[in-house]
Design a protein around this ligand. Structure first.
Ligand SMILES: Cc1cc2nc3c(=O)[nH]c(=O)nc-3n(C[C@H](O)[C@H](O)[C@H](O)COP(=O)(O)OP(=O)(O)OC[C@H]3O[C@@H](n4cnc5c(N)ncnc54)[C@H](O)[C@@H]3O)c2cc1C
Length: 354
């Protein structure tokens, strides 16, 4: 017996575990993969919120306002805690005037949290809810479950590029629903990036630098010949649109005059196109344009379990991170911020209910 069981050793699960250990609890963390850190370890490590709460609401109008408020208000304290316990900050700004936050070294966040997280049992997925011990579900969403993605997101699920770990297959969602929980709205929404369309395997360490983040400068042609114009700075709408084209494929056509333009991440469009070509994506240069084949890359699902402001799913069952919906719906918000803040809240709430 222990005081708290946690499923998942990514940002949400480790933050929950370390918080519970700080409160004197005896914690067991189950992790499906062979290492802690989840998709957080593959990420850019930027933990952020929108510059104002009003901007958050405007950008993510379909999310639950109370839950969004909890994340927005809770982030400064959660960031200070993470730094105080030893996680290394690499940049004290997000390089985006629309947002506020910091960039962490994700290896440092993982090792710092894992050291404080109690017993972390690797390659031991949680398969059933414990009978008398409270639990925090933090398994990261269902992006790696092709059947669930096909059912809820797109018939092109088999063709999506999985831009995340292979372990987040919706276990938290299933366990939470079995416990009497309900789903949030917008199970059909995903966050991701368009990636080079290549038959070659892309190493997870290249998920960030290979993102083709310049749809604003391109004509975006779906594989069915339809056209799309992005209306969001994050280009999240493009990814959701490409994910629903045949084969989850599109072509970005850029004027040769634009290839020197610097985009997010500081690289030029031309450099991103060259990187796509290097990994085997088709690139055609002619008539003053450059055309690149891209595929929708799914990073996280944005719908999941419904929780209240205490991260509660059902009696004795709490959830955080990619397992819950209601935060970034209708737009784009930091998955790491929500996982960090609500992971800590889930741990406190679960221990209070004991
Ligand atoms: C390339 C990339 C770049 C990103 N960049 C950013 C960024 O800069 N800023 C940002 O805010 N977000 C970013 N994200 C998103 C961010 O990483 C996620 O939103 C965040 O990691 C979600 O945290 P989580 O704890 O819910 O999931 P994860 O960190 O993925 O952790 C979930 C864990 O649960 C485990 N698990 C699954 N099933 C079970 C089970 N049955 N039992 C036990 N364990 C289980 C998984 O193996 C995994 O380790 C990025 C993601 C990627 C992939």
């Amino acid at each position: 017996m222990c005081d708290l069981v946690i499923a998942g050793a990514g940002m949400a699960g480790l933050a929950a575990a370390a918080t519970a250990v700080d409160l004197g609890a005896d914690v067991v963390v189950h992790e499906k993969g062979p290492r802690p850190g989840g998709s957080m370890l593959l990420s850019s490590g930027v933990v952020w919120r929108h510059a104002t709460f009003e901007a958050f609401r405007e950008e993510c109008p379909d999310g639950d306002e109370a839950l969004q408020r909890v994340v927005w208000d809770g982030l400064p304290e959660a960031l200070s805690w993470l730094e105080e316990i030893g996680a290394s900050v690499t940049e004290r700004e997000t390089a985006n005037p629309r947002t506020w936050g910091v960039r962490f070294d994700t290896r440092s966040v993982t090792s710092t949290l894992a050291r404080r997280a109690g017993r972390v049992r690797l390659e031991q997925p949680l398969q059933a809810l414990p009978e008398r011990t409270p639990v925090v579900l933090a398994t990261g969403g269902f992006q790696a479950n092709v059947d669930l993605v096909r059912e809820h997101v797109t018939p092109e699920a088999d063709s999506l590029f999985l831009r995340a770990t292979p372990w987040s297959t919706g276990d938290g969602l299933t366990l939470g629903l079995d416990a009497g929980g309900t789903t949030s709205s917008r199970l059909d929404e995903i966050y991701g990036r368009t990636m080079p369309a290549t038959p070659r395997r892309i190493d997870p360490s290249r998920f960030v630098p290979l993102a083709q983040l310049y749809a604003h400068y391109a004509t975006v042609e779906g594989s069915d010949g339809s056209l799309f114009e992005s209306k969001t700075w994050s280009e999240i709408d493009v990814v959701q649109w490409v994910a629903r084209r045949p084969g989850a494929r599109a072509r970005y056509v850029v004027s040769s005059d634009a290839v020197g333009t610097r985009v997010a991440g500081g690289r030029t469009i031309g450099e991103l196109i060259d990187a796509a070509e290097d990994v085997g994506a088709r690139v055609d240069r002619n008539g003053g344009t450059v055309a690149v084949d891209v595929v929708a890359g799914i990073t996280t699902t944005l719908g999941g379990l419904a929780v209240d402001s205490r991260a509660r799913v059902a009696p004795g069952v709490y959830a955080a991170g990619g397992d819950i919906g209601g935060i970034a719906n209708g737009g784009y918000a930091s998955g790491l911020a929500a996982a960090l803040v609500l992971g800590r809240i889930a741990a406190r709430s679960a221990l209070e209910e004991r």
